[in-house]
Ligand binder design. Sequence first.
Ligand SMILES: O=c1[nH]cnc2c1ncn2[C@H]1C[C@H](O)[C@@H](CO)O1
Length: 383
Amino acid sequence: MIASRVVTVRSTGSPASHSNMSEQNNRQDVFSKPKVELHVHLDGAIRLQTILDVARRRGIPLPADTMEELRELIVLRKPTTLTEFLGKFAEYMHVIAGDRDAIKRIAYEFVEDKAKEGVIYVEVRYSPHFLANCDVDPIPWNQAEGDLSPDEVVRLVNEGLRQGERAFHVKVRSILCCMRHMPSWSAEVVELCKKYRHEGVVAIDLAGDESLNCEAYPGHRRAYEEAVRCGIHRTVHAGEVGAACVVKEAVEVLKAERVGHGYRTLEDRVLYKKLLAQNMHFEVCPISSKLTGACNADFTKHPVVTFRKDKANYSLNTDDPLIFGSTLQLDYWMAHEHMGFTPEEFKRLNISSAASCFLPESEKNELLGKLYKAYGMIRSTAF
Ligand SMILES: O=c1[nH]cnc2c1ncn2[C@H]1C[C@H](O)[C@@H](CO)O1
């Protein structure tokens, strides 16, 4: 029996449309055991307070002076579209991008926040180009040109994450994102993955707006070929809002080892069966999928209900807790309350997540051992 206890669920923003804050604070932590998170964006997991502090220090005007006003500006309250959701990043990225202290700080604070959520291993992703202000074309977020390159961004994030790991006892690895609309950045992304593979960078990702262009550009394809050639792990955002053919392309052309979201895989039964047989991992983000309009707002109809029924390999993740006003506990709570997830299923999916993480085998085994121990399970237990 898992004892559930009432905890205060701290949130980076207000709980988007799911409830009011006091209601959220009284929610039970439905799985207060060590967890693994594989799909969360660093730039979607920044503290509101940090955005305010950095804006003040840098003298950058914001249309919000208080946490409440900033929350109002950034946090999504109702389901929208992926395109509109992605537009939220433009509200605050210009504050953090190009600033060395801010970048280290968001990485460090991210680890602290994950520790509070009971996460013992996390893979956090971001686009180095989106946080830079030189050696990137175009310079993002209307920044003036500065002297912070994508390469240095990776070094700073690595430093912040390493300090966070030591302070909060969470194991953290990172994934570098190519962006769908910027194929010209992808060659450098894979080079950065190679350069920093011994400093915590474990994989390459392709993020951004699938609804704008479905077929991966040659720039992305070449980067993924290089990743395969060099043994860099691969995940791809696919089938979030894009059709099942985007998932097919991710797996067959880009050689993705995991699929970011992947909900619309279910529309192609042949593909779904094939991926089930391959034990393909789906990085599921429940609250995200509701607020980006990727899935039906009725959680009882969520693709993860089918994944669970079919004993698919999947994880539960926050994706962008800042913009969704969420926490990992809230995603678990939604799964429990609206989809009937049990502690047994939470254990199973965390073990699948650990087994599908991008750590080297020996470290993966160590992580699995920790979970089995914490869950009071014997290693050979098969679900
Ligand atoms: O859910 C998402 N789908 C596609 N792209 C996303 C999602 N969440 C964040 N991103 C984008 C916006 C970020 O700036 C970028 C890198 O983290 O990845």
